[in-house]
Each structure stands twice: as structure tokens, then as C-alpha cells.
Write a protein of this length. Structure first.
Length: 250
């Protein structure tokens, strides 16, 4: 796998995270663009279907996987990105204590001049594991300064995310604890984040990409972690603001 030719690389923990969290940002990102799904591996043969996949309507884990790969390919095409899958089965089908295969090598192959996007790991433990392993592989003392994106819809369910005063964009005191801790890992902290309101044509394109992941949306919209009044796919709903932080250059 050679990622050196890509100018934008998004590390997506699961199928759908790139579309949900960065569907607006990626429409203006410099290309070529790659979306790398960390949990992109096939479940072990004969494994019992997970509760999540069963509730999404799949009688077998293999059926869910094959569908999600096809959905992800369509979403990547809608976002103008190449699809890259790492060989880690999704959480219910793997030992979570095991390191994620392929992730260290992948982030080290990203060109020094490229934009690398990692999940901030806000309100989502699987995303935090991906973030922590990627940071450990990159180091925090020079080299690539990755972007950290707000995990949607999980982050949008927290108080103050999209308030009228824009506190997330102007006040570090409003950041969730995961972001504050990220700043402490880097010697110079984090810059004020970039906020991208996803409206108009941006929203229309993002919505098309998100809908490519149709098999999961019925559950994503009603998870306990995102149980707030705003609708998932409302024009001003949970996905309508994308926020990206970056370590300060010093």
C-alpha cells in the first residue's frame, strides 16, 4: 500500500465515519483523496452475527460486511475519494485488546505535505483507540501535524456543540475533555478549530454520501449516545456542522 501520492488521507474507524464527520470538508479537500476504513476486514468465517448487524436486518455477519463494503465504495465515489480497507474486523468480531493491523504502517506512509485526518475520539471509545494508536505511530514531537475531526454524530450530541455563540470555535473552555487531553499531548496545544457549516450544495452532496450507508442509518439515528432532539439528517441537524482541530505549530 503506497499512500505517498495522496494529498488528503482520512482515517475512518468504521464504514460511514468519513461521510458522517467530514462529508462537507472533503468536498473542498485537495486531491487525490483516500478514505481508509480501519475496521474494514471480513468477520471470521462462521462467527455469530452481532446484535448490531442483526438489528440492522442482517441474518449473517458476512452479509452485513459485503453490503457495507459496497455502500462504502459508493460513498467514497460520492466524496471523490479512493476506498482503502484495513484487515481489522469490526469490534464485535475481534479481540479489542489486539493492536489494529495496518494502521501504524499506513499513517507513517502519508506524505509529510499531505493532510491527515484522524478521529478526535469524542464520545466513542472505538474511535479513541484508533486515535491513540495512530498518534503513537506518528509521535507528537514533529513531523506530520494531523487534523482531528469531531466524531459525528457523537460529538453533536454533547451540550454546546452547535450553539449560536459558536463556543466550540472560539473558546477552548467549551471543548470536550477528549480534545483538551489531545492538546496536552502536543507541546504547543491545539489551534482554535476550523468549523465548516454544511449548508446548501455542501449539504446536498454530504447527504447523498451519508445515504450510501443506508444499512446502518436506522440504528445510528437512535443510539443512546446521540439521543437528542435534533434529527440526524435534518438540514440543521446533527451533521450540519463539522469541526476540525490541529496541533499548533509552536
Amino acid at each position: 500500500m503506497d499512500l505517498s501520492r495522496y494529498r488528503t488521507v482520512v482515517v475512518s474507524p468504521h464504514f460511514d465515519d468519513a461521510a458522517l464527520s467530514l462529508g462537507g470538508v472533503l468536498q473542498a479537500a485537495p486531491g487525490p483523496v483516500a478514505v481508509v476504513t480501519v475496521h474494514g476486514g471480513r468477520p471470521p468465517a462462521g462467527v455469530e452475527v452481532s446484535e448490531w448487524d442483526y438489528d440492522c436486518g442482517f441474518p449473517a455477519a458476512e452479509d452485513a460486511y459485503d453490503t457495507r463494503v459496497r455502500e462504502d465504495a459508493l460513498a467514497c465515489k460520492a466524496l471523490g475519494a479512493d476506498q482503502i480497507l484495513l484487515a481489522n474486523p469490526d469490534g464485535p468480531y475481534r479481540e479489542k485488546a489486539e493492536p489494529l493491523v495496518g494502521l501504524d504502517e499506513l499513517v507513517r506512509q502519508v506524505a509529510a505535505t499531505a493532510d491527515l485526518y484522524l478521529p478526535a475520539g469524542i464520545n466513542q471509545p472505538d474511535h479513541a483507540r484508533v486515535r491513540d494508536q495512530a498518534i503513537a505511530a506518528l509521535g507528537t514531537d514533529g513531523g506530520i501535524r494531523p487534523y482531528f475531526y469531531a466524531d459525528l454524530p457523537y460529538t453533536a450530541a454533547l451540550p454546546g456543540y452547535a450553539d449560536e455563540g459558536g463556543a466550540y470555535l472560539t473558546s477552548p473552555e467549551a471543548w470536550p475533555s477528549e480534545v483538551t487531553e489531545l492538546g496536552q499531548r502536543y507541546g504547543h496545544g491545539l489551534d482554535l478549530p476550523r468549523g465548516v457549516p454544511v449548508t446548501g450544495k455542501l449539504w446536498e452532496a454530504k447527504r447523498r454520501a451519508v445515504l450510501c450507508h443506508a444499512s446502518q442509518l436506522s440504528l445510528v439515528a437512535c443510539m443512546d449516545e446521540v439521543a437528542v432532539p435534533r434529527p440526524l439528517l435534518g438540514v440543521d441537524g446533527l451533521l450540519a456542522l463539522e469541526v476540525v482541530w490541529r496541533p499548533s505549530a509552536g
